[in-house]
Design a protein around this ligand. Structure first.
Ligand code: PEP
Length: 259
């Protein structure tokens, strides 16, 4: 189905994971800013490691690129050594935050914890990018749709309609992340349909608003085809976002896909 999100630009987002150093992060941010200027038809975001957020915010000042954090705690502040709150991320210039990335789920983050982080992000005025995706075993056993719905519903549990409108979702099959194995457009389209249907069933008209991105071994050679696929409203890119030329090509593909 075509939803309200279809009228918005595609989002090309780069997850830098635990890579870069202060100098290379600022340099990469500069390159992303100039790529975004060359592709006004696409929205662009980057998610650097926490220590480099301020430096990247400075490098992005005045650009079209949104800054995001890779995670946030559910409390605004407190005795939580080693954690970073959504309010802190917002304070240094973030506009978005990844919630429930599979690398964090694999490290023990529960569905419930992801839901609390989504709410914390909204409380702080950030756009949460709720990441959902099945493992290979779950896909092969026919459980993929059930897993996606479970992660989606617990990630958005208790949200009001006006809150769910401010969420983005990333479908990231675990078997495609960092493996070089990309979902076929058909697989991505079917998963995006499942996600959209669950959103609309749960939130009515508001469920048509979240953008649904695809993530998993996106590269310049497959980005445009994926972003031209029905219901794919952008991409979340890991490895290829660390290479300025590759990420530029994916940003340009995002603008081309909507032209
Ligand atoms: C990711 O980290 O969200 C991701 C999709 O990684 P990659 O593009 O490297 O598969």
């Amino acid at each position: 189905m075509r939803g309200a999100a279809d009228g918005r630009p595609l989002l090309v987002a780069g997850n830098w994971k635990m890579f870069t150093r202060a100098a290379t992060a600022a340099e990469l941010a500069g390159a992303v800013a100039s790529a975004a200027d060359a592709a006004p038809g696409a929205d662009v975001a980057v998610f650097p490691p926490f220590p480099y957020l301020s430096g990247v915010a400075a490098a992005l000042r005045g650009s079209r690129v949104a800054l995001g954090a890779q995670c946030c705690h559910d409390r605004a502040e407190g005795a939580h050594t080693g954690e970073v709150s959504a309010e802190m991320a917002a304070d240094v210039g973030c506009r978005m935050v990844l919630c429930g990335h599979s690398e964090r789920r694999q490290a023990g983050e529960s569905d419930e914890a992801v839901g609390l982080r989504v709410r914390a992000a909204l409380r702080a005025g950030l756009v949460p990018v709720l990441c959902v995706g099945e493992t290979l075993a779950e896909r092969e056993s026919g459980a993929a749709d059930r897993v996606l719905e479970r992660q989606l519903l617990s990630g958005t549990h208790g949200l009001a309609a006006d809150e769910v409108r401010r969420v983005d979702v990333a479908y990231e099959p675990v078997w495609a992340i960092g493996t070089g194995r990309t979902a076929t457009p058909e697989t991505a389209v079917a998963a995006h349909r499942t996600i959209r249907a669950a959103l609309v069933r749960t939130f009515g008209d508001a469920g048509a608003f979240p953008r649904i991105l695809y993530g998993g071994s996106v590269k310049p050679s497959n980005a445009e085809e994926l972003m031209r696929s029905e219901g794919v409203q952008g991409v979340l890119v890991g490895g290829a976002s660390l290479d300025a030329a590759s990420f530029r090509a994916i940003i340009l593909a995002g603008a081309a896909a909507r032209s």
